[in-house]
Design a protein around this ligand. Structure first.
Ligand code: AMP
Ligand code: MG
Length: 689
């Protein structure tokens, strides 16, 4: 049911009632019918508001009118909260839960205490934060820096509606957390009082006379005109706009699926928002009993166990560069759309044999974008320019340079094949053909192709977000003074820039000392912000190797001892469901391991499939003896057709990374490479750098 008679919009408030004069942060409501609004109504506290709403519902029911009642606070919490608190995903069970516990009287209520009580159930650092009271509340952090949220920060709709506040923040400018807590019990009571007459959108079918919907006026409305109270003005605007909306448009806005978190009316639900399945806890488990895992085994393992973790949504083509296609792209139109001329010249029907030909010129000409009217008579030629659609009676074109032009005729020599110098409709791509495959990373050339093929919207994956953090007591921020025994953090700037070049979204999570609690907190924050986490340092099995220790503690960690040089053990694991690549601290090993192991894995996680860097064989300009049993990567560059290796293989020599333009890959077996022997060189460009 979507044809409502009455629209009443309410701007709620979570604060306490303190005075009698209309204040901007109390409750405002406005009623509209048949496109016209009544004057906004000031409701000084929630008790007054509840009574006013009850009277309105009763009056509308008595008059046999259908009522849409909107409130400007979330009807649900982010995924998982309802179940954690009530044992059920049903948001209406959460409404009951709050109603049973919230005490609300004008002048005082227990919302901060209840938030503290809820937080204590989850470890006492979240999900709620901020406290407007002078007294401290156990378990309720005052500031976000002291805060840890076991649930998602935002609902799906809030991730789409930029600029929204989260329902976890209870105080401070713009916070909505208190409104939700103080609003849901009132809605709950109304539902009970008018049992069977009220349906809550989008949790229930709207087949009752009253519909409760969630609105968010600030999302679409600008600033209120000078001198007007914003909330009063906003409820009036929204009530009027909804009552003027045609029922079909309103029905489309109401047709959303959000059974747990709820939705904001008017926010367009993405046509496809698909969350990929979570990774399995054992995704990094290597076969037992192998001392040193060969590189290819390790790679094959990553390739088998990992899959896309990024969400999919439909977006305009303009933002597609560098993004991963989530579905095959089908040409909406042919390129070229019509048969046309490939050159400037003269068009006619049919080929011509060897010898001299003279053809009279037809009147007019055909140019690109300017169709020729009418047919060209048989035996005549028409002036035609590059890109012009072939007019009726033309299937062959002679190049103007091959023609002698008379006053009203042309002469040229054959032979000329039928169809010469023309392009067939759809000879590039025909409408309906698959032009690009799912998993492709969109290139500048693809942007041209997509435009030519009339594609306006694409199913794209979100960019992969990759968090980077460095560990080590010895590290200082680059550019800051370093004391004795300290070194600047070199890995983090390197890894962040590499990720940027790979086309991912790097998230800088800073440096962490060799301290388990700090690292744990930082990993939590990284898991909240990113899809994948890269750490460097502390990945071995020593006393100060806290990355591996923590991942081990989390129960989802594997030490990968890979037969590769440079490289020490890699620590791979899941932290709060997010894959962690624990890279060696050594900058050379960190970079090589990122290129060889992390990059193809990240590409898979991003939905772009496994990548194999393209290398080529080229004569060596160096000599090297190599032991069997491990693969080696040398910092290398090509000069004068031969590949040079860096002067030293020392794995702390960052200048060698900088000197190099790629890597030489030496196979797992023993070898003695002499100058002139072919070796495999992989330019950094092939790794996407
Ligand atoms: P770790 O893997 O933590 O034992 O570190 C191995 C070596 O790499 C040590 O010499 C560290 O000082 C060095 N190292 C670790 N992290 C970094 C970093 N972010 N930048 C530069 N060097 C580092
Ligand atoms: Mg260290």
């Amino acid at each position: 049911m979507t044809a409502f008679d009455t629209f009443a919009m309410v701007d709620w408030s979570g604060g306490n009632d303190t005075g009698k004069r209309p204040r901007k942060d109390a409750i405002w409501a406005c009623v509209a019918r048949a496109g016209e609004t009544e004057a906004p109504i000031y409701l000084r506290n929630r008790v007054v508001a509840r009574d006013w709403i009850s009277d309105l519902i009763a009056a509308e029911l008595a008059a046999g009118r259908l009522l849409m009642l909107g409130f400007d606070f979330p009807f649900g919490y982010p995924r998982g909260f309802a179940r954690a608190l009530t044992g059920s995903d049903d948001p209406l069970a959460l409404w009951d839960w709050f109603e049973a516990r919230i005490e609300d009287a004008p002048g005082a209520n227990n919302r901060f205490d209840l938030a503290g009580e809820i937080n204590r159930r989850f470890g006492g650092e979240g999900p709620f934060w901020a406290n407007a009271l002078a007294r401290d509340i156990d378990g309720l952090p005052r500031r976000k820096t002291q805060y840890r949220n076991p649930f998602p920060d935002r609902r799906a709709v809030e991730r789409l509606a930029k600029g929204s506040f989260t329902c976890w923040q209870l105080a401070g400018a713009g916070a909505v957390g208190s409104q939700v807590m103080m609003g849901l019990p009132v809605l709950c009571e109304l539902r009970r009082r008018f049992a069977g007459q009220v349906a809550v959108w989008p949790f229930e079918t709207l087949d009752r006379p009253v519909a409760l919907v969630e609105i968010w006026p600030s999302l679409t409305l600008g600033a209120a005109p000078a001198g007007q109270i914003r909330d009063a003005w906003q409820v009036e605007q929204v009530a009027r706009a909804l009552s003027r909306l045609d029922p079909g448009a309103l029905a489309r806005q109401l047709a959303v699926e959000a059974p747990e978190e709820g939705w904001i009316l008017g926010v367009e639900q993405m046509k496809t928002e698909i969350e990929p399945p979570p990774l399995r806890n054992d995704c990094f488990a290597l076969p037992a009993g192998v001392e040193w895992t060969p590189v290819d085994t390790a790679l094959a393992h990553l390739r088998d166990r990992l899959g896309p973790v990024t969400s999919i949504r439909t977006e305009p083509v303009a933002g597609a560069l560098g993004r991963v296609l989530a579905a095959d792209v089908v040409a909406q139109r042919s390129n070229p759309p019509l048969a046309n001329s490939a050159v400037d010249g003269y068009g006619f029907a049919g080929g011509r044999p060897e010898g001299k030909h003279v053809l009279p010129l037809a009147v007019g000409r055909a140019a690109a974008g300017l169709a020729h009217d009418g047919a060209v008579p048989a035996g005549q030629a028409l002036r035609i320019l590059t890109g012009a659609a072939l007019p009726e009676g033309v299937d062959t074109v002679i190049l103007e340079e091959d023609v002698t032009l008379g006053e009203d005729r042309i002469a040229f020599r054959g032979p000329l094949k039928q169809g010469a110098n023309t392009r067939m409709a759809g000879e590039d791509v025909a409408a309906g053909q698959v032009a690009l495959r799912a998993g492709r990373v969109v290139t500048p050339a693809d942007m041209a192709l997509l435009s030519a093929l009339g594609v306006s919207e694409l199913s794209l994956r979100d960019r992969l977000r990759v968090a980077v953090l460095s560990t080590g007591d010895e590290l200082v921020e680059p550019g800051e003074p370093a004391g004795p025994g300290q070194i600047p953090d070199a890995n983090r700037p390197m890894l962040l820039s590499m990720l940027h070049r790979f086309g991912f979204v790097p998230e800088d999570m800073g440096r962490v000392p060799d301290d388990r609690d700090s690292l744990r907190a930082r990993l939590d924050a990284a898991a909240e912000r990113a899809d994948v986490i890269l750490t460097s340092g502390g990945a071995s099995a020593g006393d100060e190797d806290h990355v591996s220790a923590l991942l081990q503690e989390a129960g989802a960690m594997q030490q990968w001892r890979i037969a590769v040089k440079p490289g020490r053990p890699l620590a791979l694991g899941l932290w709060r469901g997010k894959p962690v690549f624990g890279l060696p601290g050594n900058p050379v090993a960190a970079m090589v391991c990122t290129l060889i192991f992390a990059r193809p894995a990240l590409s898979l996680l991003a939905g772009a499939g496994w990548t194999v860097p393209q290398g080529f064989e080229i004569p060596a300009a160096f000599e090297k003896r190599k032991k069997a049993g491990r693969r080696e990567y040398l910092r290398a560059r090509v000069r004068d057709g031969r590949v040079e290796a860096f002067r030293s293989e020392g794995s702390g020599l960052i200048s060698g990374l900088s000197w190099a333009e790629g890597l030489v890959e030496l196979g797992d077996g023993a070898g003695h490479i002499r100058p002139g022997d072919p070796v495999r060189f992989i330019p950094f460009g092939s790794f996407g750098l």
